[in-house]
Ligand binder design. Structure first.
Ligand code: ADP
Length: 292
């Protein structure tokens, strides 16, 4: 039994206002964690729980939410605190009613472009985080190609090798790694990225206001975020047009999109196995054919 009162006390201490947990209401829909709503009315707080060993995961999520909120571009839940209760770790954040029937997809596109305008000098992030339940190492890189090679493509390929996916995937993957500087020659800026922007991590608040949540933030090529919005669907036709109107993409995006989405397909292979091997290999083959 989770001690909701103990969590409420930590929320009170962090927010500086008295907070009563009320009747904890469990909600479904998450992929990784147990999710509950505590409190009543406009005092509600959204809480996710998992094993105590995953506290750092929630700390990174809270830091990512704070980083995105600071850009004042697209709405994200304001993080309140993270902590431990019994043998569980938790994150508490602003509760947002995501029942908005109709969302303003164009606003989501424009506001994501505005978030991507938040840039800094280096690629990566001081903090590591997770993508799904897989570790996502970030680090600090001056160079986007080395970042993508070591922290993204290379990391997932090595994980795949450890999961028993050797042979052709590794051989072709190695050739792809060698061609990265050719494929990624468009000199992107390090933009603040959500990092895990599939349709399940976008919602709409009352009035259609877009909200993004459950991030895996780092600073990188904005096209990596945009690519993922096109991988599993859910963003609507007006989203991309509005994004491009706010900040056009550079030529060659269609090819780089494959490379950026390969990361997520390799992650799915590592998490779920099965048909993702064929899909990953087909994506690598298409990218290698671009290299000639
Ligand atoms: P997980 O980390 O387990 O994937 P999510 O962060 O995706 O969980 O949250 C699970 C579901 O809870 C989401 O699909 C969304 O509908 C809802 N949700 C997420 N964040 C909030 C929030 N701040 N307020 C209200 N509902 C939320």
């Amino acid at each position: 039994m989770t001690d909701w009162q103990a969590i409420a006390e930590q929320i009170s201490a962090a927010s500086g206002r008295a907070f009563a947990p009320g009747r904890a209401q469990r909600i479904g829909g998450g992929c990784i964690n147990q999710a509950v709503v505590l409190g009543e009315g406009d005092q509600r707080v959204f809480v996710k729980l998992n094993g105590a060993d995953l506290l750092a995961m929630f700390e990174a999520e809270a830091a990512g939410l704070a980083e995105m909120a600071a850009t004042q571009s697209i709405r994200v839940p304001e993080p309140i605190c993270t902590g431990l209760v019994g043998d569980q770790a938790f994150i508490a954040m602003e509760h947002i009613d995501l029942g908005g029937a109709r969302g303003d997809a164009a606003a989501a596109g424009r506001q994501l472009a505005a978030m991507h305008r938040a840039t800094r000098a280096r690629f990566g992030w001081a903090r590591d985080n997770t993508i799904g339940s897989t570790p996502q190492p970030n680090g600090e890189h001056d160079d986007w190609v080395s970042f993508w090679d070591q922290r993204r493509l290379g990391f997932q390929l090595d994980l795949a090798a450890r999961n028993g996916y050797g042979g052709r995937l590794q051989q072709r993957g190695e050739r792809l790694r060698q061609g990265l500087s050719t494929l990624l020659d468009h000199a992107p800026s390090p933009s603040l990225l959500h990092g895990d922007l599939w349709g399940g991590n976008l919602g709409y608040a009352a009035g259609g206001q877009p909200v993004i949540f459950d991030p895996a933030c780092y600073y990188g090529d904005r096209e990596a975020d945009l690519a993922m919005t096109e991988l599993f669907g859910g963003f609507g036709g007006h989203f991309r047009a509005a994004y491009e109107e706010a900040w056009p993409l550079s030529p060659g995006y269609a090819v780089r999109k494959q490379l950026y989405n390969l990361y997520h397909i390799l992650n799915h292979l590592n998490l779920f196995g099965g048909g993702y091997l064929r899909q990953a290999e087909a994506m690598i083959d298409r990218l290698l054919s671009e290299l000639g």
